[in-house]
Each structure stands twice: as structure tokens, then as C-alpha cells.
Unconditional design. Structure first.
Lengths: 112, 118
């Protein structure tokens, strides 16, 4: 069966520090991968999506970047975090999107 | 571009009662899919129910059912026999039919916060 792993679950980082959040998918090949951000009490904002290794599309220009070094690995990064980067980050995958997205358990990032 | 509207930011319901969450969407597409996701306090997004636009029959999953009105572009979620564990944020979502559905093809509504009261 397909599973998605996302870590860490919680992260507190100082302003100006780097960031690396990782997401891996098991049990499927060539998934579409997504990074979403959710501010407190808010809806979901699509940050990046990827349809294949090395293929990244950005939806919102910002302080973040994404990479897909392997088929089932998706990484969200920042060189220098801002206070506004705080939020809840969700990774998701789909193969045939008609069945919806499957989400990871999320990472709560607090930038202090 | 497609948009999804959830006009009820917050709702509450007594345990064991029935509640309906509304969702409307705007699209010029004829083939698409609609979803309801649940996000409990743990923050994990869970797929509740899915509807294919070309199917007239409303989808049902145990205590969860939808009222899909294609002409009205309405997709409401009914929760019967509400339980305390149903307390969560509920998101309606739209996906355009396509070969590879990704990026802007999947649109979420702003969410409805549902509280089930004991």
C-alpha cells in the first residue's frame, strides 16, 4: 500500500537559519508531489509541485525552494528563514489525481 | 480559473445530530471531480468523500454523504449521527479532469470549522 512520510513533525528555527523539510512516498512510482503551506486558521496554499525528478514548478514566489532528487523524494528548503515562513507545511502526492491527493502528517514550523 | 467557496467559516452541531456543510464552485469545465477533506486537530488531511461530476448518484461513505447539484454548482456534505471525533476543519476541493492533474487543477475552498458539542 502507498504511504507518505513527512518529517520532522515539529520544528522551531531562528530567523536567518536554513530549512530542510523532507517528504518520501512509498508504494508507488512516478507520483506527482506537492508542498502546501497552511497559516494558522487558514486554508491551503500551494507552494510547489513536481511531476518528475528534477521538475519543479513554483506557484508562489517566496523565500522557499523545492527539489526532487529522487522519484519519491521531495524536499522543501530555505537558505534563510523569515518570520513569515512560520506555518504548517503539508506534503502530498497523487498518481491519478482523480482519486484526490494523499497528505503527509505535516510539519509545524515556528520561526522565532 | 476555478474557484471554490465555503460560505460557513464555523458551524456547530450537537452530538448525534445531523449537519450539512455547504460548498459551491465556479467552473466552465464539464468533467471534474469534487472532494471533501477533513483536518482534525492533529492537522492531518484526510479524504472523506469523492464525487465524479459525470455521475448523477450522490456519493456516500458511512455517515457522510453529499448532495451534488451540478447545474447549481453545489456540493454539500451531510454528516449524520455526528460524533465528537468529527470535530475538524472541513475543506471542499475541486479537480479538473485531465491527463495529469496537478498544480492549479486542484483547488481548495477556505474551509469550515465544525465543532461537535457533547
Amino acid at each position: 500500500s502507498q504511504t507518505i512520510h513527512q518529517w520532522p513533525a515539529t520544528l522551531v528555527q531562528p530567523v536567518g537559519s536554513p530549512l530542510s523539510l523532507e517528504c518520501t512516498v512509498e508504494g508507488t512510482s512516478n507520483p506527482n508531489l506537492y508542498w502546501y503551506r497552511q497559516a494558522a486558521g487558514r486554508g491551503l496554499q500551494l507552494l510547489f509541485y513536481s511531476v518528475g525528478i528534477g521538475q519543479i514548478s513554483s506557484e508562489v514566489p517566496q523565500n522557499l525552494s523545492a527539489s526532487r532528487p529522487q522519484d519519491r523524494q521531495f524536499i522543501l528548503s530555505s537558505k534563510k528563514l523569515l518570520l513569515s515562513d512560520s506555518g504548517f507545511y503539508l506534503c502530498a502526492w497523487s498518481v491519478q489525481g482523480i482519486y484526490g491527493y494523499t497528505f503527509g502528517s505535516g510539519t509545524r514550523l515556528t520561526v522565532v | 480559473a476555478q474557484t471554490v467557496t465555503q460560505s460557513q467559516p464555523e458551524m456547530s452541531v450537537q452530538e448525534a445530530e445531523t449537519v450539512t456543510l455547504s460548498c459551491t464552485y465556479d467552473t466552465s469545465e464539464n468533467n471534474y471531480y469534487l472532494f471533501w477533506y477533513k483536518q482534525p486537530p492533529s492537522r492531518q488531511m484526510i479524504l472523506v468523500i469523492r464525487q465524479e461530476a459525470y455521475k448523477q448518484q450522490n456519493a456516500t461513505e458511512n455517515r457522510f454523504s453529499v448532495n451534488f447539484q451540478k447545474a447549481a454548482k453545489s456540493f454539500s456534505l451531510k454528516i449524520s449521527d455526528s460524533q465528537l471525533g468529527d470535530t475538524a476543519m472541513y475543506f471542499c476541493a475541486f479537480m479538473k479532469h485531465g491527463v495529469r492533474n496537478y498544480g492549479q487543477n486542484f483547488v481548495f475552498g477556505p474551509g469550515t470549522r465544525l465543532s461537535v458539542l457533547p
